[in-house]
Design a binder for this molecule. Structure first.
Ligand SMILES: *Cc1c(COP(=O)(O)O)cnc(C)c1O
Length: 462
């Protein structure tokens, strides 16, 4: 095993490398954890510590680490043609092959794809594309896009504007004009006194209310993550999405499903739109399309939009140097081949997903856990000070106590990556996780919850 001088790496890191979404000064005081290797669902840091990656990197390493066939596909493509652009009436083989493959595995209304380098760029593309769509149809006033509070759609100007993160909007004068937000379908937060089903309908009605407020003739599209990821794995009631679809249809507005997290097997389908019974006009993808081995994102363009843009739109003045990057597309093709070959989607739908759900919701018997739920291979639990008769009677910790971060510290320290969103602890493990590894992971999570509980008891917080 290689020996690393961790503190020297940390010093260099602090001296030169500004990390995303990070308080640089605070990080400099404690030093970053240095990841050096991955294999399957495990990571190793520079101190030789083995860690279960409960977050698939950042929701992306769906097929797990150490896939030689992906690195070989990438290497081969780099040797043959490392880059060529898709501007000026040219194309390349991996991009063509991947576009056709995506048309095959996506819902039937999708036959075209627009490639980008990331999920954020794909959502920027969505903003430009839906506005262009309505312009071409002669509805130049239809430019407003409705999104949701606590949504995450990326970090570019348009991505962060579509997103509903107040902390992001505060920095840099966001959102940009023409983007408005409604409340999220968060049953725990807003569903008191209602069944989940009734709450789903209620939460969807907020969209109609907003459409009427803005003026239906001004609304271009609604965008949402089928399951909100970064917002804390918010799984909507089953009634929510079909009602959203009905409202979009009623007013003729486009529906965009941001499936950057939900796509490529995460919920036991190629796309979560299939699971939730919706027919979006556009699907944003990134992350799992290459399992993160190489950056790639894009927009699946449904027939309704494609027909107008292609047959009546002329040139669409938009594109990136790396749109359809041959190396990224080669990585995606091999990644998709693995997902198909190892039947990972079927496993998540019918075997490991249900098993994860069974084991994960058992955590609700822990004194700290007020609520635990999952869908496919995303799951979350809420840490609470005390439990009441229903989930809405649980007593939360004070925000300033930052209990989620304390819990995350125990997880990290004991070899388990579990993310904290406030006091909600979330996972999105690689789809290759076996039932034995689910048991191993759940034992570790329970152990760390015990450590957290003991710590909070000592502080007198429980
Ligand atoms: C991560 C994410 C994005 C942004 O993707 P980047 O590749 O980081 O730009 C957009 N939407 C959702 C739902 C995401 O989770």
């Amino acid at each position: 095993m290689t020996n690393y001088d961790t503190s020297a790496i940390q010093k260099l890191d602090t001296a030169h490398y500004i990390h995303p979404f990070t308080d640089h000064k605070a990080l400099g005081e404690k030093g970053a954890r240095v990841m050096v290797r991955g294999e399957g669902i495990y990571l190793w840091d520079s101190n030789g510590k083995k860690i279960i990656d409960g977050m698939s990197g950042l929701w992306c390493v769906n097929v797990g680490y150490g896939r030689t066939s992906i690195s070989q596909a990438v290497y081969k493509q780099m040797e043959t043609l490392p880059f060529y652009n898709s501007f000026f009436n040219t194309t390349n083989l991996p991009a063509v092959e991947l576009a056709a493959k995506l048309a095959q595995i996506s819902p039937p209304q999708f036959n075209h794809v627009y490639f980008t380098g990331s999920g954020s760029e794909a959502n920027d593309t969505n903003v430009r594309m839906v506005r262009r769509y309505w312009d071409v149809l002669g509805h130049k006033e239809r430019h407003t896009i409705i999104s949701r509070h606590n949504a995450y759609h990326g970090s570019t100007m348009a991505g962060a504007s579509l997103g509903g993160m107040s902390g992001m909007h505060e920095q840099g004068g966001l959102p940009i004009p023409g983007i408005v937000h409604i409340e999220q379908p968060n049953y725990l937060e807003s569903g008191k006194g209602m069944t989940e089903e009734a709450f789903g309908i209620e939460a969807a009605s907020w969209l109609e209310k907003k459409i009427l407020e803005v003026g239906p003739e001004k609304v271009a599209a609604f965008i949402g993550e089928p399951i909100q990821g970064a917002g804390g794995v918010i799984i909507p009631p089953s009634t929510y999405w079909p009602e959203i679809q009905r409202i979009c249809d009623k007013y003729g507005i486009l529906l965009i499903a941001d499936e950057v997290i939900c796509g490529f097997g995460r919920v036991g389908r190629w796309f979560a739109s299939e699971l939730f019974g919706i027919k979006p006009d556009l699907i944003t993808f990134a992350k799992g399309v290459t399992s993160g081995y190489v950056p790639l994102g894009g927009v699946l363009v449904g027939d309704r939009v494609a027909k107008v843009l292609i047959e009546q739109g002329g040139e669409f003045n938009h594109g990136f140097t790396y749109s359809g990057h041959p190396v990224a597309c080669a990585a995606a093709l091999e990644n998709i081949r693995i997902i198909e070959d190892e039947k990972l989607i079927d496993r998540v739908a019918n075997d490991t997903g249900p098993y994860l759900k069974k084991r994960f919701v058992e955590l609700a018997d822990h004194p700290l856990v007020g609520y635990a739920n999952s869908c496919g291979f995303v799951a979350g639990l809420n840490l609470v000070r005390s439990k009441g008769a229903t989930v809405h009677d649980n007593v939360a910790f004070d925000e300033s106590q930052a209990v989620g971060m304390i819990c995350r510290g125990y997880m990290f320290g004991n070899g388990m990556i579990m993310r904290a969103v406030g006091d909600r602890m979330i996972i999105a493990p690689p789809l290759v996780l076996t039932t034995a590894q689910i048991d191993e992971m759940l034992a570790l999570i329970r152990h760390c919850l015990d450590l957290t509980y003991a710590d909070l008891k000592e502080r007198g917080w429980v």
